[in-house]
Ligand binder design. Sequence first.
Ligand SMILES: O=C(O)CCC(=O)C(=O)O
Ligand SMILES: [Fe+2]
Length: 205
Amino acid sequence: MAQIDIFGSYNNVGIQKITDGEYNFEPNFYNKNEADRLYNVLLQNVSWKQESMNIYGKKINLPRLTAWYGDTEKYYSFSGIHLQPLPWLPELSKIKEKIQQFANAEFNSVLLNLYRNGNDSISWHTDAESELGINPIIGSVNFGETRKFQLRHKRTNEKIEIDLNHGSGLVMQGSLQHHWQHQVPKISRPAEQRINLTFRFIKTL
Ligand SMILES: O=C(O)CCC(=O)C(=O)O
Ligand SMILES: [Fe+2]
């Protein structure tokens, strides 16, 4: 298999069964017009916040803006941040319906990330918080700048890279969250803003 660099497979559209997990990538989840419209609606109407983390007593801003929407009785925490979801915006509910169909799964909340430029990022982590249960299904939708989404197997260090383009949809499922970490690294080239939505199902606590 031809390897361009340390990351595997660039040609990874559709359902991909990988070591210890699977994902489904659809670059044309939304057409250009619809993606353009949703990008603008979300940029303007989502309540973007600068959240911070406490690391060894120091307040560190996350390198991106975030927002959290969902069924209002759900509570969620990640990286030590406790959030109470905002009630669904109409456009977010519509995106939820569409990604539910694609993922063949139900979601009750969405975490949104706004990467303002190439300096914004999310570092290696899993979405395997206990509230999400065993083998969580995560539905991701992307607007704006194309950014690299990287997966890294925790044991074998195997790596996969997916370009998450404007209007794309990605579902991570199976045991993927337990065996693979993912990240969106910083880039040095000039970059426009990017909006990512990750839909999740949080079990009632
Ligand atoms: O921006 C992305 O594509 C990934 C975001 C992510 O991993 C997360 O919010 O947990
Ligand atoms: Fe994640």
